[in-house]
Design a protein around this ligand. Structure first.
Ligand code: PLP
Ligand code: LYS
Length: 448
């Protein structure tokens, strides 16, 4: 167990975070509960700014909202000088509701709907990251119809294999994302965007994957992107931005050995400077889109321990009151986590227990073979490093209500997402009743 940010173990043996006793938090807000260490969130963002400040580059740190999107998080990242990467109308809606300046938002997505494109244009977002030829025409058509000129970046699949789980690797050629570089699609897209009257291609984008522990992949991608960029400049595109995506790895367990943020940024800056200088190109503004590396280590999840099943010689199971609904990452990627009994954090973790959830699914595991002190019903279990892609991927499987989210700072708490009730889970259900002839029910595809 490695305590990050403001986490510590108090004299009574409880886990503390943000100056708050996690046992008291669990009692007050219930469990499962996501708890974010606000000071640490801010510190992680500042690490990106501090690192970029020494490079002399023009840059943008666009927080990838997909990692954890909520009003309070959008407010916080704005206060810390971030831009924002959104991938859906829902994320854009949340950001705008939080008062995020639209011109500092850019929108991703490999299948943006026309409704999302129109919403983005009408809201005045800074740029679309166009993913494919279909979308190129859709954005042009919408911009034409709405009488606007829209800034776009083209997402390129650079053909770089990131060393990470296949499901979260995105820069390889065989990917649903982006214009393929190797087969000339990126060049064709640049040629096409030049012909479109309502689009201004201000940059190129590549994101090679997530949870990456080395810099080689970024450097290789930047070298390839510089080549594409040069072609774009020769075609006369007003390119000024190279967005190299996110993907900076974090520590979940001892097996993970992430680089300091500074080291990723220095490698990226160095690669951009040398690749662009070598080609006689002006150095572009560099954008990054970190999600996990900002939100992940600053969040923990608190659960209440429930039942146990000990199978002698096979395995010890202990179940908690959440599971794959609030953290599907073991089920999806075989992800690993560390945990501690938060009410007895000073006790030796000398037993091995597999922490299961409460869903009707054998794969509903949070941690396989966790090292814990002997768990008892009513204990509070804290799982570390759950700030990214946990609440963000929450589900209603088994009609389990969504957990609450609280921010903590200097002994104070802010409930930023309320816990759902059983009634909330069922609130959009309607009894089975067919429409009478001529009756028009108030339903449809509208989501705005
Ligand atoms: C385009 C894009 N940008 C940024 C991110 C954020 O990645 P991470 O959370 O690993 O920093 C992702 C997710 O992998 C992504 O697909
Ligand atoms: N959801 C993934 C990351 C996806 C990144 C988005 N492209 C995870 O939990 O690791």
């Amino acid at each position: 167990m490695k305590l990050e940010g403001t986490m510590k173990i108090g004299p009574e043996g409880h886990l503390w975070i943000g100056g708050c006793d996690t046992v008291a938090l669990a009692r007050r807000f219930g469990t499962p509960l996501f708890v974010y260490d606000e000071a640490y969130l801010r510190a992680r963002i500042r690490a990106f700014h501090d690192a970029f400040a020494t490079t002399g580059l023009r840059y943008e740190v666009a927080y990838a909202a997909k990692a954890f999107c909520a009003l309070a998080m959008c407010q916080l990242v704005q206060e810390e000088g971030c831009a924002l990467d959104v991938v859906s109308g829902g994320e854009l809606y949340t950001a705008l509701a939080a008062g995020f300046p639209p011109e500092r938002i850019h929108m991703h997505g490999n299948n943006k709907t026309m409704a999302e494109i129109e919403y983005g244009i009408e809201s005045g977002i800074g740029a679309f990251v166009v993913d494919n030829f279909t979308e190129l025409e859709m954005v042009e058509e919408a911009a034409h119809r709405l009488g606007r000129t829209v800034d776009v970046l083209l997402r390129v699949a650079p053909g770089v294999e990131a060393h990470t789980h296949e499901f979260i690797s995105t820069g390889q050629q065989d990917s649903k994302f982006g214009f393929d570089r190797a087969t000339g699609q990126a060049r064709q897209a640049m040629a096409r965007v030049r012909e479109l009257n309502h689009l201004r291609c201000i940059g190129l984008h590549a994101h090679i994957g997530s949870q990456i522990f080395e810099t080689e992949g970024f450097i290789a991608a930047i070298e390839r992107m510089a080549e594409v960029y040069e072609e774009g400049v020769r075609m006369g595109l007003p390119l000024a931005v190279l967005n190299v995506g996110g993907g900076f790895g974090i520590r979940y367990t001892d097996e993970d050995d992430p680089l300091p943020i500074r080291q990723y940024v220095e490698a990226i800056a160095g690669a951009v400077k040398s690749a662009f200088t070598a080609r006689g190109l002006a150095i572009p503004a560099v954008w990054v889109e970190p999600g996990r590396s900002i939100a992940g280590p600053a969040g923990i999840t608190l659960y209440t321990v429930g039942t146990q099943k000990v199978i002698p010689g096979v395995r010890n199971y202990v179940a908690v009151d959440g599971g794959m609904t609030d953290n599907p990452r073991y089920a999806l990627y075989g992800a690993k986590y560390e945990a501690v009994l938060a009410n007895r954090a000073h006790e030796a973790a000398d037993e091995v227990w597999t922490v299961a959830g409460k869903c009707c699914e054998s794969g509903d595991i949070l941690i396989r073979d966790a090292r814990l002190a002997p768990p008892r019903p009513g204990d509070i279990l804290a799982v570390f490093g759950t700030g990214a892609y946990n609440y963000a991927m929450i589900s209603h499987y088994n009609r389990i209500p969504h957990a609450a989210v609280v921010f903590v700072r200097d002994g104070k708490t802010a409930l930023v997402v309320e816990r759902e009730t059983w009634a909330d889970v069922a609130r959009f259900d309607r009894p089975l009743r067919y429409e009478a002839e001529g009756e028009t029910a108030a339903v449809g595809g509208a989501i705005r």
